[in-house]
Design a protein around this ligand. Sequence first.
Ligand code: ATP
Ligand code: MG
Length: 334
Amino acid sequence: TPRVFSGIQPSGGLTLGNYLGAIKRFVDMQDSGIETIYCVVDMHAITVWQDPEALRRQTRELTAGYLASGLDPQKSILFNQSQVAGHAQLGWIFNCVARLGWMNRMTQFKDKAGKNAEKASLGLYAYPALMAADILLYHATHVPVGEDQKQHVELTRDIAAKFNHDYGTEFFPMTEPVIEGAATRVMSLRDGSKKMSKSDPSDASRINMTDDADAIAKKIRKAKTDPDGLPSEVKGLEGRPEARNLVNIYSALSGQGVDEVLAMAGGKQFSEFKPMLVDLAVDKLAPISTEMARLMQDPAQIDAILAAGSDRARAIADPILQKTYEIVGMVGAK
Ligand code: ATP
Ligand code: MG
């Protein structure tokens, strides 16, 4: 039976990239009736420094973002990673399965560690093995993610395959990444070659889920573009990453195909298209940010939702961890 798992780091405020590339698709999967488990991956967040007070706030705000976007704690399991110890426990086993050579090929580590990789945490390097544990602790079959996480889900499959091979078992499933839609890689508004990220130091590079209408308008108005107008066909976007990005965002927010957007907007200048995009973005995001602000008034209720979700997650995870320990040869009470 299919089971969906995915997560987002409380490493900052949610962005439009997180919403279109992840949360909106989490909601679609939940509403299609599949079993869905969505995590706030706080242990991943601390692979780079997080101020404790900020981490608490970001954890609750991300949960509020999940709820405000339509995730329903009755339908989906919503919880934070640190509260289900099996993530760390299975993560250790997978640290012993994954090979250094595999980890050395992970492009996210290179991007995040930057030039001075000696100063990066060991956790940042081991991150993909913990992510494999997040997924496989639930025997998840499908993982909705943005394009940037494809390599990590592939590594998850490599880890599952090596574990199964080394221990002569078929215990762990081969998980499929689910990367679909017009917004699998929303780009920075300032640099069409960089992914929009919540941890980007430039606030102008991204639209935050909590931005008000003025901030959204200002950022889209200032978004980098080329001097040409919009093409009327998709191939006219080739070699124009900034133009493509704005069209992709419009497409994903409106639910229209990129070709439909261009049929409507082809021939327009950006001075005309950008205000249309602002209106659409404000229209879609304002109700979510209003609801997030309302939910944030009652942090105790958010914490209670996470605690209840953690109990449900543990009920699935514990037997899978125990079985893994047994396969590996750890002695313990049955
Ligand atoms: P950080 O900068 O801290 O890594 P992030 O914005 O990349 O934050 P993550 O928590 O790492 O967010 O990723 C959560 C989910 O959002 C993942 O599925 C990821 O693929 C997706 N995602 C992140 N950025 C984008 C983007 N620009 N476009 C589409 N999907 C994205
Ligand atoms: Mg990221």
